[in-house]
Design a protein around this ligand. Sequence first.
Ligand SMILES: Cc1ncc(C[n+]2csc(CCOP(=O)(O)OP(=O)(O)O)c2C)c(N)n1
Ligand SMILES: [Mg+2]
Length: 186
Amino acid sequence: MNRESAIAAIMDVIDKDDIVVATTGLISREIFEKFDSARNFYNPGAMGLVSSIGLGIALGSDRRVIVIDGDSSLLMNLGTLVTIGKCQPRNLLHIVIDNESYGSCSEEESMSGSVSLSKLAATANYASSLTVFDESSLKHAILESEGRLGFIVTKITLGGRRDFSRPLDLVSIKDRFTRHLKGWPS
Ligand SMILES: Cc1ncc(C[n+]2csc(CCOP(=O)(O)OP(=O)(O)O)c2C)c(N)n1
Ligand SMILES: [Mg+2]
């Protein structure tokens, strides 16, 4: 599995009413270029905070919130697991696209290979937590975790396309997202 096929699998299996909150770097940029939608919120600058943002959205909404995180980003804000586990939002799914690297930079090695992120999430009281290595297991895990706080580590190979456009008009994107979430006309 690579970043492209993992993101495609996620976007294929989630419900059209789900909210997508995507982490800093190439993950957001790939989703922006291929799957841009009013239901998406991108977090291009504040590395590590996507799950905290997703938690706030999940607590204020009945919609299912799909957080798409990176391994290095999660490791930068590891306390988020404890906060999310304590709040226990049943409508939050936290997916980590794990290439064991700062892939959006110069592919420096991260430390996710030396720890089980899914065990950390289970210890922090996520209701379901597992690691997947292929697209069909990823899709199955997304469907299986519906209705409870879920965590899926998605192991991918390093590399892939880098020449994506960037979400630059962030105020408009935020306004579009807010209107969508509130059910207001766009
Ligand atoms: C606070 C902060 N530090 C550093 C950066 C620069 N930066 C952007 S993406 C990235 C690496 C993210 O790695 P990971 O979360 O593993 O995702 P990947 O790029 O591997 O998909 C870094 C260091 C940033 N945007 N914000
Ligand atoms: Mg990474």
